[in-house]
Write a protein that binds this ligand. Structure first.
Ligand code: ADP
Ligand code: MG
Length: 697
């Protein structure tokens, strides 16, 4: 097998101008809709059809719908004065009606509809003054040309400078270039689902014969969506196999430390925590390397699960490390873990960039001797001089999502080390399969009992004075608040200015010493200091840009005000809200918006009022906005699917994942007949990075 793209695919990757009906202008216009190669046209499908089935009479069609009828032209009625339309009276099998032209040269109209002749007309039916009429038919054909008009006309998405005709022609031309290719879908699966072959699927999807055939449930569409998802899942499965091939170690503990830790807990693990702990322990016991994601909303109790995994590593005679993205978060993790770890009699230490000199050296020595069992820190823990006695598990608390590529790079660092990534951003199951398909998943979808719900309210910005008055009352009672400033522009500078304005305003109203400010442009030490003052209760109100989104924990803070909430993503609002509701007092989240809200805008904010379930919020967000937006397209690393609809076809994603993993298990080098066919699919789908992963194998 050659290393490059197979020759048979070349015509599909040629320039757009090589297609029939595509001139230089169209070729320039198409990239605006993501069409850069003929292959892109294959997967740009019509989203609906116009029904052009022949009818005997206009009367069968409701006004506003399209009718296609054969008529005899009876007479012409040119306008009697300026401003009136040109009318042509025609007759179908049952009634006479008018064809109406508000523009167009009389000569042209006469030539199109000569008196006494038969014509096939297709266009929208209108009822005017109780008379049927058809203004400006879409098609006027002579009876012997009627075959040109299909029963159902595909309607493609368009962009400026591209017409339906061009799209139809260009995609027909691209379809002709699809070469013979061996089937890559498991034959049993294809038979069970009743999916057509690739060629027929494309033909059906582009030339639908009914409205039913443009639905996401149509077999041809399902198949093409599956092709897309499967190619993606094979890519992830290859990445996963690459990680797991790095030889792992069997990490089994006898449970004595975990038992001690659990006995010292003032509560019992939730069902979800127990399940996740069991999944992780079982995975660590496998000879292959663990590459697992622990996904759980803020407050779902990830710390306990993480510690449980770390204790498995220690029981097995080794060490564990947990890495957080910032110093503050590393400290908070230490605070959360330490009491539980010490109850188990395990030594836990913190290492950050701040450790210097003799103290740092002492820590490193203890680590190398194995006297420190668990190390918590920032990325400082990955530096070369940090040598473990016997590292068995790395936990990465991931705040911004890494892509597959970055995760691969991370996994190369430790030899044979099990990897657990934690994320506090729940995403819908279909998306987690798309985004994290290279990992195994443990989900905490249940919150510990006894939490006080957060009261969430919406309020228009013009009531800000009332809000501030309330806030004053609350801080007089010793409560603390976050005040998050609008994210209006992409620029941090603009956000910062808005935050500074609000800071000045609140300081003027609430008093100098009560209000602090943090934003992304501040030096980290200043930010840390202000955060620390807030955590210590020295400041009552913390004005911030979204930098506080990352997991800071100040249990006494019970009020969250978010300005211009309509500008934030739902997931982000949910994350922000998660900063409160951590203490004993009832918490409030106030979403301030700038009226008027659009209907969708209001609906989005109302979802937050209805639920605190991060998974449900993420599902709703997906339903309302589409996949790319939920993750934030730029940082998501999620490919753009052209055919697959992650919302309506989420079951296909799960199917594609298990199929891809099975294939990887049966044929890790993709060298069987089916494996070869899958390679062609990967090229066709532009998964060049996947091909590189195979060639290493
Ligand atoms: P996360 O890291 O997922 O945001 P934490 O691990 O910090 O959540 O847990 C949030 C809070 O819930 C902590 O105060 C923790 O002690 C508490 N907690 C965790 N698990 C349970 C449980 N099973 N029952 C009661 N409280 C729990
Ligand atoms: Mg936590």
């Amino acid at each position: 097998m050659s290393a490059g793209r197979p020759d048979i695919l070349f015509p599909l990757f040629a320039g757009l101008e090589t297609l029939a009906g595509v001139g230089p202008k169209t070729a320039k216009a198409l990239p605006a809709m993501g069409i850069e190669r003929p292959r892109d046209l294959l997967f740009t499908l019509p989203h609906t059809v116009v029904d052009r089935r022949r009818r005997d009479s206009l009367r069968e069609i409701a006004p506003g719908e399209i009718a296609t009828v054969e008529v005899t032209v009876l007479r012409h009625q040119p306008p009697t004065r300026k401003g009136l339309p040109y009318r042509v009276i025609v007759e179908d099998a049952e009634i006479a009606f008018q064809v109406v032209f508000f523009r167009g040269a009389p000569k042209w109209i006469e030539a199109q509809l000569p008196i006494g002749e038969r014509r096939l007309l297709s266009g929208k039916v209108e009822l005017y003054d109780n008379q049927y009429q058809m203004p400006h038919p879409d098609h006027i054909l002579e009876p012997d040309e009627a075959g040109e008009l299909g029963q159902f006309e595909p309607v493609y998405p368009l962009t400026a400078g591209v017409t339906q005709k061009t799209m139809a022609k260009a995609s027909a031309s691209a379809l002709e270039r699809v070469p013979e290719m061996a089937e890559w879908i498991d034959p049993a699966l294809r038979a069970r689902e009743g999916w057509p072959e690739f060629h027929s699927a494309l033909a059906q999807a582009h030339r639908p014969l009914s409205l039913h055939e443009v639905a996401a449930t149509a077999p041809a569409r399902q198949r093409l969506a599956y092709d897309e998802l499967f190619a993606h899942q094979v890519t992830l499965a290859l990445a996963r196999a690459r990680v797991r091939r790095g030889k792992g170690r069997i990490n089994v503990g006898d449970g004595h430390l975990r038992a001690k830790m659990l006995a010292a807990l003032p509560f019992r693990p939730t069902g979800a925590q127990a399940r996740a702990m069991a999944e992780i322990a079982e995975d660590m016991a496998q000879p292959a390397r663990m590459n697992r994601l622990l996904m759980g909303d803020v407050g779902s109790g990830k710390t306990l699960v993480a510690l449980d995994a770390l204790l498995v590593a220690v029981e097995a005679g080794g060490q564990g490390v947990m890495m957080a993205p910032t110093e503050i978060l590393a400290r908070q993790h230490l605070e959360g873990l330490k009491p539980m770890a010490e109850a188990a009699g395990v030594v836990i230490e913190l290492l950050t960039g701040r450790d210097k000199g003799r103290e740092r050296k002492a820590k490193l020595d203890a680590l190398a001797r194995g006297d420190i069992h668990i190390l918590v820190g920032t990325h400082a823990v990955f530096q070369d001089e940090v040598v473990f006695h016997d590292l068995r598990l790395s936990i990465i608390d991931e705040q911004h999502r890494f892509g597959v590529t970055q995760r691969l790079a991370l996994a190369q660092k430790g030899q044979a080390v099990d990897v657990l990534v934690m994320t506090a951003t729940p995403i819908p199951r279909s998306l987690s399969l798309a985004h994290y398909g290279d990992m195994d998943l443990s989900i905490l979808d249940e919150k510990p009992p006894g939490r006080t719900p957060i009261k969430t309210a919406l309020s228009a910005t013009d009531r800000i004075d009332e809000v501030v008055a309330h806030l004053r009352g609350a801080i007089e009672k010793g409560r603390q608040a976050y005040w998050v400033c609008p994210l209006v522009e992409e620029s941090e500078l603009v956000d910062m200015m808005a935050a500074e304005e609000r800071f000045k305003h609140l300081r003027a109203v609430l008093g100098e010493g009560h209000v602090g400010l943090v934003h992304g442009q501040m030096p980290p030490e200043d930010k840390d200091r202000t955060m620390a003052q807030f955590a210590a209760g020295e400041i009552a109100v913390l004005v911030a840009t979204t930098v506080i989104e990352v997991g800071v924990n100040v249990p006494n803070a019970s009020i969250m005000v978010i300005e211009r909430a309509e500008h934030f993503g739902l997931a982000q609002l949910h994350q922000l809200r998660g900063r409160v509701g951590r203490g004993d007092v009832a918490s409030t989240c106030l979403l301030l918006y700038q009226p008027p809200l659009t209907e969708t805008g209001r609906r989005r904010l109302e979802i937050l009022r209805e639920t605190e379930d991060g998974f449900r919020i993420a599902e709703e967000d997906l339903a309302m906005r589409g996949a790319g937006d939920v993750l934030g397209t730029a940082q998501s690393g999620l490919p753009r699917f052209r055919v697959a609809d992650l919302e309506r076809q989420s079951a296909l994603m799960a199917l594609a994942q298990s199929d891809a993993r099975k294939l990887m298990h049966d044929d890790p080098t993709l060298s069987s007949d089916r494996g070869q066919a899958v390679r062609v699919l990967l090229w066709l789908m532009g998964k060049d990075e996947a091909i590189r992963l195979i060639s290493v194998g």
